[in-house]
Design a protein around this ligand. Structure first.
Ligand code: APR
Ligand code: PHB
Length: 398
């Protein structure tokens, strides 16, 4: 088999890339190790930056998101003894976010690719990428026990943190920057009306908590836990008790049947550069952020916007300058998002190594945020999404 762009992974990065390339008349094949049902039901985050929703609308995959997504113009932060503040995104930036589950974005993208005759090979596990520095880059993959190979002009490694693409780059080429946090998030999906119209982040003595949602009837709630927490030790009643204590919402937080429960570790990670020969890494394959602020999907979308535009310039004008700057442009943006995700995480969680000074400093930081428009504006502009230097200047023409 042969294609122009071989894409490994049908997460947000791989599917969005394939969709954007199709719009430019560039052909691609997406290889995905799991089934369609699996990727369409995997519970992940659910906050879309305005840049992401604008792109979905502009490229024809935003209609259901426009109807079903929940537009939010701010978030609430609770801390100390009963203090709370609201960050008013709309007033501070003129922009907002949309709460729409990642698996819904996946469903919309898969449907669009299928309708356009796009090729997504499910149950196809990439096992190696070869000759990315040579003339015939190819992906070797296994499907139903049989090995196949696909030859391409370029390969996009959109295969997540544990994929094969980054692992195939020689170790001496990659610089790894990493921080593993001493806690995780225990998340539940519950059949209950969200306690508030907007997200609520809480910094509490007992640890972080978050009230988010998926729809007017389904809440998504999290509590800080240990990174290797045993779910068996968290019966539903214990989770609700912690949520009540940490969120302090009283009667507003209504309990309901727990539909799903999971523990996610928290990590900051960047691999540089994001390009090796004709292999481009995008999304979680190149970088991971802790969940606070929900930047993972949005950053993956930024990467593939840059990549799609670079490939468009290459195929339409024979120019390689944008492709040559892919890694530099994405990393510059990525590091700013890393900084913000790290900051949100450090200001809202309890760190086991923190002493009484650190705790007071953390509360002072939130007190400062509560009283400073400048501090709120900084949070707001990062939360709704930063522009991409080197890309946005010439508009969203992908
Ligand atoms: N062969 C084929 N597919 C693979 C392989 C492989 N060897 N390894 C991984 N995959 C697939 C996974 O099954 C998954 O569907 O690649 C996909 C990677 O998707 P994501 O992990 O969602 O990564 P990405 O598209 O970069 O999106 C990043 O989505 O996963 C969230 O938290 C993440 O929000 C972040 C965003
Ligand atoms: C979510 O709804 O899953 C979510 C929301 C906000 C975050 C992280 C996750 O910061």
């Amino acid at each position: 088999m042969r294609t122009q762009i071989g894409i490994i992974g049908a997460g947000p990065a791989g599917l969005f890339l394939s969709h954007l390339l199709h719009r430019e008349g560039i052909e691609s094949v997406v290889l995905e190790s799991h089934t369609r049902e699996y990727i369409e039901s995997r519970v992940r985050a659910g906050v879309l930056e305005q840049g992401t929703t604008d792109l979905m609308m502009a490229t024809g995959v935003g209609e259901r998101m426009r109807r079903e997504g929940l537009v939010h113009e701010g978030v609430e932060i609770r801390f100390g003894e009963g203090r709370h503040l609201r960050i008013d995104f709309k007033a501070l930036t003129g922009r907002g976010i949309v709460v729409y589950a990642q698996q819904e974005v996946i469903k919309d993208l898969v449907a669009a690719r299928m309708a356009a005759g796009g090729e997504i090979v499910f149950g196809a596990e990439a096992v190696a990428v070869e000759d990315v520095e040579g003339e015939k880059p190819r992906i070797r993959y296994r499907k139903d026990g049989v090995e196949h190979s696909i030859e391409c002009d370029f390969i996009a490694g959109c295969d997540g943190f544990h994929g094969v693409a980054r692992a195939s780059v020689p170790e001496k080429v990659l610089a790894i920057y990493e921080r593993v946090y001493p806690f995780g998030w225990l998340g539940i999906l519950a059949q209950t009306r969200p306690a508030s119209e907007e997200l609520i982040y809480a910094n509490h003595e007992r640890g972080f908590a978050l009230m988010s949602m998926r729809s007017p009837e389904v809440s998504r709630l999290y509590v800080q836990c240990s990174p290797e927490e045993n779910l068996a030790e968290w019966p539903d009643a214990r989770i609700w008790e912690e949520l009540h204590l940490r969120l302090g919402l009283g009667e507003r937080l209504k309990e309901g049947p727990v539909l799903q429960k999971n523990v996610a570790p928290m990590r900051s990670f960047v691999a540089e550069p994001m390009r090796f020969g004709k292999l481009f890494l995008a999304g979680d394959a190149a970088h991971i952020v802790p969940a606070t602020g929900a930047k993972g999907l949005n950053m993956a979308v930024t990467d593939v916007r840059v990549l799609a535009k670079g490939l468009k310039e290459f195929y339409s004008k024979g120019r390689t300058d944008l492709l040559d700057r892919y890694s530099e442009i994405c990393l510059r943006h990525c590091w700013k998002v890393q900084r913000f995700s790290w900051w949100m995480t450090s200001v809202l969680h309890r760190f086991p190594e923190d002493n009484a000074f650190d705790r007071r400093r953390q509360l002072a930081e939130l007190d400062y945020l509560a009283g400073s428009r400048a501090a709120q504006q900084s949070l707001a502009e990062n939360y709704v999404g930063l522009g991409v230097d080197g890309l946005d200047a010439d508009g969203l023409d992908v």
